[in-house]
Each structure stands twice: as C-alpha cells, then as structure tokens.
Design a protein around this ligand. Structure first.
Ligand code: AMP
Length: 561
C-alpha cells in the first residue's frame, strides 16, 4: 500500500491529514489522488459513502488551486445541504496547515443573501447543491466561466433527487472547465449519459468491484406479522442494548408514528423526516451525531445528508421498494473498518425479495428468530454486568458516603449485593418481558414458544380506550386477540363495546400477555391504553362496571376515560 507521501501530495496538506489521524490512504484515495493531481483527466469513480471519497477529490483539488487567483476555480456539487457543509468543513480541515483557501458552501434551506455576500467576498472553491446554485446563477451572484475543476459528488443521488436539468445547465455554464471528477455509488443510465455528454475519455476507477460488498456489514432479517412489527422492533432494539442505530421507515407518517411511540416507550430516540423545519432537522442530526440520541428514525430522503461513522445497526422497518436504497441504507453502518449490522423487519410476503437483494449486494442474509422476552432480558443483564467494569466512579464525591453505605449494607453478603445491584435495572426489563408472547410466525398448528395452554377458569376484566369509533367490532377483536396473543376463543368472555371505549373479560391465564401486548398497539394514531376494570359479575352478560353506570346516571360526565 502507498503512503500519502507517495501519492504526490504537498507537505502542508500532509500535515493536515496527519492531524486528522489518517495514516494510510483508503483504496479510493490511492487510486484517485495521483490521477487527479496530474493533468486534466476526467474521472469516474465508483465509490460508496464512507470509503474516504471526500479526501480522494478534496486533497488534489486543494493542491491545484492557485492561491493568488480570487475567482471560483473549483466547483463541488453535492445532493444535500448537510453534505455541502460536511465537504466544506473537510476541505478546511485538510488545509489547516496550508494556504487558507476561500471555501464557500451554498445550499437551499438557508438565507441566500448571506451566501451572496460570502461569494462577493471572494470564493475559490464553491460547494453547492444544484438547486441553490441555479438560483444564484439566475441572480448573477456567481460566475462559473473560470471554473477549472468540477466534482459531482454522489452523482446518482443528485439525479435521483431530480437535479438532472440543473446539472446540465450548470455543467454547460462552466464553459472553460478542464476536468470533471464524478463520484457515484452506482452507475445508472443517467450518470452514464452525463459522462458521455460532458466528459472526454474519462478514466473509470472502481475500487474492489461495483457494488462492492462491505465485508463489515452483517445482514439479518426477522419475519413477523404486520401487526407485530412495532413489537418486533422493540425486541430487536432491546436485545441489542449498546445499539447506536438508524431506523429507516418508508414514509414520513410511519417515521413520525414510530418515533412518537418509541419516545413514549422511553427510548432515547427522535424522528428525521421532510416535514421538519430545517432548524429542527439540524438539531436532530446534531444530537444524533453527538450520540445524545441513541436511535434516529428516518426516511430515506431526510437521512441523505447524514454522515455518521459509528452507527452499529441500521434497521429497515420494512424493505424499501428499490434494492439500491437498501444498499444505501445498509452502507450507513460498517464504516471506517468497524463491524455493523443491517437488520430488516419484514412480513412474510417480503421474504421473496431477500434473494434479489442478496444477489445485488453480493451479501448473504441470515434469518433470525425474533428474540423471546427472556432472551431480551438475558442480553440486558449481560450489558448491565459488562457496564460495571466501565462504570465511571466519582471517587471524591462518593467517598464521604462510603461509611454510611458500608454500614447500611453490612448485613448483605457479596453475592446478595451483586444480585441486588444487578436487579435495579434488570427488573424493569423482566417485568415488561416476563409474560411477553413469542411473536415469531410459526407454521400452522405449531404452538408459539411459551404459549399458555391451560385456562385458569378465572376471568379478569380489562378496559381499553378504543371502541366502535375506531372501527372495532367483536368478531374481529376476538380474531385479533387469538392471532396476536394466541388466546383461544374460549378464554375470551363478555365484550362490551361502546363508541369510544370497551371492556372485555379474559381468562386470568392470558391477562398479562394481552395487557402487555396491547400496549404496543396504536389505533388511528392513538396509543391503546389498557386498564383493569371492575370484574364482570353478571352471568347474563350485562356490564357491571359500576363506575361507568354511576357517572353516566348522575350526568356529571359522560365518560370517565
Ligand atoms: P467519506 O467517504 O469521505 O465520507 O469518508 C468517510 C470517513 O473516513 C470520514 O470520517 C473520514 O474522515 C474518514 N477517512 C477518510 N480517509 C481516511 C483515511 N485515509 N484514513 C482514515 N480515515 C479516513
């Protein structure tokens, strides 16, 4: 492998790279930098995000800027605002010990006036989204006629986002360009067309084959019923306690709903989707980047500009329609030499699509059973115990309390102490998952693991905050309980359905499973609330919920809930 020195980079840039901790060039840097430093060859580089492509074009680009000329000499086009900012920052970092080049980032979603002022003050390198650049061109706020080098970063993404015409116009406006360096993760027809129209004898660089499979990514999938997808998501997250993950949803609405549910359920999570104002998007991304958020629930479009290196898991909450989107999603993990896991939670009818994705990604997928409640608890316990070693101790602060703590706990043996400390966190998961149903799909006739078979003969009565208004009818409700929680029809007693709420009787043997399970559902965007209700005593089946009757009769309040 070459070192950075051998690639022909100037000393002052080398200093910047060393300060960033880059020791050896990545394969794409090794292949691109010498070509880009020498002559005016057009380049097509097939590179995924996370391969070091920014430095591959950024370093030679900086080296070839004439510090004495104040005009725009290089133009970098990126699909998103976030990527523009990132690239501009990276260029500034590389050149920290070199000449202070004037780099200006221009992108939509921010005031144009300030950007115009920055351009007027002099820009040698402009990093732009195509839309904003067009806007600036139409206001005559930028001159591109002296641009020598153009970089199209994530060209396929820019075309996917509908920037075809803008790219055409911009390239045509750079009439004195000497070279174009095009970077793309994939090579669709439209990218080929751009290359054929604007580039001469372009040198194609593909590192490790097109759609190179990333050995560091493990692809897993779980199959469950549509109704169980949220419960499955929680299981997967809970079974991976150290997760720092990106959860992809297919739609904005889904991303919003899932994020709302996860926040309500106490997960350190937030949503990133197109309905957020730019300022909110920035804040969410910042929190995620700084690891103040553990889980980010995003749509594909909104997550485009997000560049985070240490994501441990990507979760596909359903498969995307296009295989290439799966590739992009999965590529968010397993970066910078670290291992990553791409998890897909799918319903049975999508299982057929797995072999196609495997072929395209040159990667093997493994099907895993959804963790049982006990397996989740087990993983949580391991995490708690492992965490003890890395637990920071504030010696000075805790010291004054030590005599009292020692005195207070002196009657407990070491073993007993360990059990109790471990239980502080463990109990929370245990109580939640103790009676959790197995949500794996079993072949017909086979019982779910841990399924209760006996009935206790005792009935309990539950209240739900949903009713006829939510489209519930008795027949479907019985079917739903039996399908979701394996409750035999005979274990469901009286169902009293009202407009906005309902009560039902259920055998004691199932009450915990149903109570826990139902809480994971929403109907019409409303979280299902389950409460105990007064037991049903009337054998004829009339509701004896005294509370309701009284309140209604007194006419003080129509509904208690
Ligand atoms: P990129 O593909 O340009 O988004 O880069 C992915 C990540 O790899 C960034 O965080 C870079 O800082 C890092 N990186 C790029 N080149 C190197 C290198 N030669 N050695 C170590 N890290 C690098």
């Amino acid at each position: 492998m070459n070192s950075f020195q051998q690639l022909g980079l100037a000393d002052d840039l080398l200093q910047g790279i060393v300060a960033l901790g880059f020791e050896n060039p990545t394969p794409i840097q090794e292949a691109v930098i010498p070509v880009a430093l020498d002559g005016d060859t057009d380049l097509i580089a097939l590179a995924q995000t996370g391969t070091g492509k920014t430095a591959a074009f950024g370093l030679p680009l900086l080296q070839r800027i004439d510090p004495s000329a104040r005009n725009v000499q290089a133009l970098i086009m990126c699909p998103t605002r976030e990527l523009c900012v990132q690239v501009a920052n990276d260029l500034e970092n590389y050149s920290r010990f070199a000449h202070q080049y004037k780099v200006v980032a221009v992108y939509g979603g921010a005031g144009i006036e300030g950007q115009i002022r920055q351009l007027k003050a002099g820009a040698q390198i402009v990093v732009a989204t195509p839309g904003r650049l067009m806007d600036l061109m139409s206001r005559r706020a930028i001159k591109l006629d002296l641009v020598e080098r153009i970089v199209l970063d994530e060209a396929d993404e820019m075309l996917n986002m509908g920037f075809k015409e803008a790219i055409d116009e911009i390239l045509a406006a750079c009439e004195n360009r000497e070279s174009i360096w095009l970077f793309s993760a994939t090579m669709p027809e439209e990218v080929r067309r751009i290359a054929a129209t604007y580039m001469d004898n372009a040198k194609e660089i593909t590192v490790g084959g097109r759609n190179q499979s990333n050995e560091n990514i493990e692809h897993r999938y779980y199959v469950c019923r549509a109704d169980d997808r949220y419960a499955a998501l929680k299981r997967v997250v809970d079974a991976n306690p150290g997760i720092y993950g990106l959860i992809f949803c297919r739609t904005k609405i889904e991303a919003k709903e899932i994020a709302e549910q996860m926040i309500r359920d106490g997960y350190n999570s937030d949503a990133l989707h197109g309905d957020l104002a730019q300022g909110d998007r920035d804040r969410v991304m910042q929190r995620f980047r700084e690891k103040n958020l553990q889980l980010l629930i995003a749509t594909d479009v909104a997550a485009r500009g997000l560049d985070v290196q240490e994501i441990t898991h990507v979760i596909n909450y359903g498969l995307p329609d296009e295989i290439e989107i799966y590739t992009h999603r999965a590529g968010r993990t397993g970066r910078a030499g670290k291992k990553g896991v791409s998890i897909s939670i799918i319903t049975p009818k999508f299982e057929d699509r797995i072999p196609q994705i495997e072929r395209k990604n040159k990667a093997k997928f493994t099907k895993h059973p959804l963790p049982t409640g006990m397996e989740v608890c087990e993983q949580q316990l391991y995490q708690i115990i492992r965490g003890i070693h890395s637990q920071e101790v504030q010696y000075a602060e805790i010291e004054p309390f030590m005599p009292w703590i020692t005195e207070e706990l002196k009657d407990l043996s070491k073993e007993e102490l360990i059990k109790r400390f471990a239980s502080v966190e463990f109990n929370r998961f245990l109580s939640y998952y103790k009676n959790a149903p197995d949500i794996n799909i079993r072949p017909k006739g086979e019982r779910r693991r841990g399924e209760e078979t006996a009935t206790s003969g005792q009935m309990a009565r539950l209240f739900l905050n949903v009713g006829e208004m939510d489209g519930i009818n008795k027949k479907d409700f019985i079917k739903f309980l039996s399908r979701s929680f394996n409750v035999p029809g005979g274990s469901i007693g009286q169902i009293d359905l009202n407009k906005a709420y309902m009560h039902f009787d259920i055998d004691d043997a199932y009450v915990n499973v149903v109570r826990q399970g139902l809480r994971e559902f929403t109907i019409n965007g409303r979280r299902v609330r389950v409460d105990d209700a007064a037991p049903q005593k009337d054998k004829k089946g009339r509701s004896e919920d005294a509370g309701f009757d009284k309140w209604d009769k007194k006419g003080k309040k129509k509904r208690r809930y």
